[in-house]
Design a protein around this ligand. Structure first.
Ligand code: ADP
Length: 487
């Protein structure tokens, strides 16, 4: 008889449960549901937490039914980060729409935080002050949802991220894990506790926040198809991907090439303070042993390929970009900067806008497509250079995943630009895999020392010996970025 784990991946646009065969160490089934987002005002993004829970329960049940009674040993969870839910502790009902990580409604408040407080926040949480993180979203909800005040006085209010809401609904326990807590801007990543000074600053009573546990803690038990199943192994999605990609050693890093791009880099037991505007965060914890990470992200990556397809109509599928880009030896002097919604680290400039430069009468769509793919790789190089400078640690290899990592031209170009190998895994669902592996460790089914050997590469992209040409192109790209910043 087979034994399984379930990885529940509660993403922003969809919720998936994937059945993981413990003996064969691979996924055998996926159940998926799309999740709605609503945009009630310009810059506002909300979701219905109830819908997130019902769809999670639905996909979990699909997996349990397929596995057979008693065959699921545990559930691991990875989730969209920073999104905030407020709910009634007695009924489990959300009292307002969830404020999603992309929501900018608190950006004015964040812009007005004084410099001294910014420094305190950065020192304690590893985060720059931004509407992206949970603290200002909780503050907004407490100030704007009348039911919140009443529930606080009655001792019945819960505020948490998506993981803690799902765990509460599934097990009845009010808990979160270190990685999710580290994205709230209320959690001190050095003392591993909610921080009194930050709680006071954002007006958040400690009692409304969950208990914080290691990623591999037993969070509780849920009943599915009449069977009790432990829920253990929890991490934010990017951190779960870091773990799923076997980035267990200091200097191991992964890049997820999705809609946006996320580079996470293991800095070991050391919490590195970035001088370049990168985020210091908790990578994962095995019991109380914390592994820190540096994180850098670009808002637009795969979305630029979507733009080529849907906005410009230059390609009919994302995959077509590979063959078009490879059909020309270079971009013919064309440079693209993917600053559709500003530029993140190291610039943090929300006024910058996209740019296409160097056009001539000889420019073809192949040149433009190639310049877009090259810009994704150059953006990743900027982040990788910042990380290496900030940490003094040398990146040896990049492990890649996400939709656009399927693009062989992009992955080869990335290796050439970085001068290190880019390693694409056979299992590209790194986030779900991370949740399954953390769950297996929590339940004592896997030994962390053995996990690195389980990761199989599908393809390794080796850099060209002479990178002079790529360095020249990178300098051209940086010049184009300077122009994009002048917008
Ligand atoms: P997310 O999880 O952020 O929704 P995914 O990891 O599913 O994103 O990746 C989807 C993105 O990858 C899309 O923006 C799409 O344009 C891009 N993409 C998919 N396949 C390719 C490809 N072969 N080449 C380049 N980009 C691709």
């Amino acid at each position: 008889m087979k034994n399984y784990l379930i990885a529940l991946d509660a993403g922003t646009t969809s919720i998936r449960a994937m059945l993981y065969d413990v003996e064969e160490k691979r996924f055998v089934l996926t159940a998926q549901q799309e999740v709605e987002q609503s945009f009630p005002q310009s810059g506002w993004v909300e979701q219905d937490a109830d819908e997130i829970y019902y769809k999670a329960a639905y996909v979990l049940n699909r997996c349990v039914t397929n596995a057979g009674a008693g065959r699921v040993l545990g559930i691991g969870l990875a989730n969209q980060r920073e999104t905030v839910v407020l709910w009634n502790r007695e009924t489990g009902e959300p009292i307002a729409p969830a404020i999603v990580w992309q929501c900018r409604r608190t950006s004015e408040f964040c812009a007005a935080v004084p410099a001294e407080m910014r420094k305190t926040i950065a020192d304690k949480t590893g985060l720059p002050v931004d509407a992206y993180f949970s603290a200002s979203k909780i503050k907004w909800l407490l100030g704007n949802v009348p039911a919140a005040k009443k529930l606080i006085t009655e001792g019945k209010l819960c505020a948490g991220t998506v993981d803690s809401y799902l765990i509460f609904k599934l097990t009845g326990n009010f808990v979160t894990d270190y990685t999710n807590a580290s994205r709230t801007m209320l959690f001190n990543i050095h003392t591993l506790d909610w921080d009194e000074e930050l709680l006071a600053y954002f007006g958040v009573p400690r009692e409304i926040l969950p208990a914080v546990k290691p990623c591999t803690a037993l969070m509780g038990e849920t009943v599915l198809s009449g069977t009790k199943i432990p829920l253990a192994g929890v991490a934010g999605d990017q951190q779960a991907a870091l773990f799923g990609q076997a980035c267990y050693k200091e200097g191991d890093g992964k890049i997820t090439y999705g809609t946006g791009l996320f580079l996470l880099f293991n800095t070991g037991a050391r919490c590195v303070t970035s001088r370049s505007g990168l985020i210091s965060t908790i990578g994962y914890s095995l019991g109380d042993k914390i592994t820190y990470a540096l994180e850098g992200s670009a808002f637009n990556a795969g979305s630029c390929v979507q733009w080529l397809r849907d906005g410009l109509g230059l390609i009919s599928s994302s995959a077509e970009s590979e063959q078009l880009a490879a059909s020309v030896p270079d971009t013919g002097g064309v440079r693209f900067v993917p600053a559709f919604t500003g530029l993140g680290a190291p610039y943090w400039n929300s006024d910058a806008r996209g740019l296409l430069s160097g056009l001539t009468r000889g420019t073809t769509k192949a040149h433009i497509v190639r310049s877009v793919l090259e810009s994704i790789a150059f953006g990743a190089k900027e982040l990788a250079d910042c990380m290496q400078q900030d940490s003094g640690i040398c990146l040896r290899e990049i492990k890649c995943d996400g939709g656009a990592s399927a693009n062989n031209f992009l992955m080869q170009f990335q290796a050439d630009v970085l001068g290190i190998t880019v390693n694409r895994p056979a299992e590209r669902e790194s986030t779900a895999l991370g949740a399954a592996l953390l769950c297996g460790i929590a339940l004592g089914l896997f030994d962390v020392g053995e996990l690195a050997a389980l990761r199989k590469s599908e393809k390794i992209f080796t850099p060209v010996a002479d990178r002079t040409q790529h360095e020249k192109w990178y300098q051209e790209y940086l010049k184009a970025v300077e122009r994009a910043l002048m917008n």
